[in-house]
Design a protein around this ligand. Sequence first.
Ligand SMILES: [Zn+2]
Ligand SMILES: [Zn+2]
Length: 62
Amino acid sequence: MQTQKGERYACEHCGAEIEIVKACECPPVPGKHSHLCCGEEMKKVREAPTAGASRAGAPPAS
Ligand SMILES: [Zn+2]
Ligand SMILES: [Zn+2]
C-alpha cells in the first residue's frame, strides 16, 4: 500500500498527525508501507483528495 499526497495519518496514542506532502514512490514490494508512532501503525484519518469529490467531511466525533 503506497501513500498518496494529501493523506493524513494520526497516532491514536499521542495524537501526533502527519500528512503526506509527497507521494510515496516505493515499488510494490511485499509488506506494506506504514507509519509508526508509539510503536504502532498510525491510522489514516483522511483520504487523499480526489478530483471532483465534494467536501462531505464532518470530522469524526470522538
Ligand atoms: Zn504516537
Ligand atoms: Zn514508501
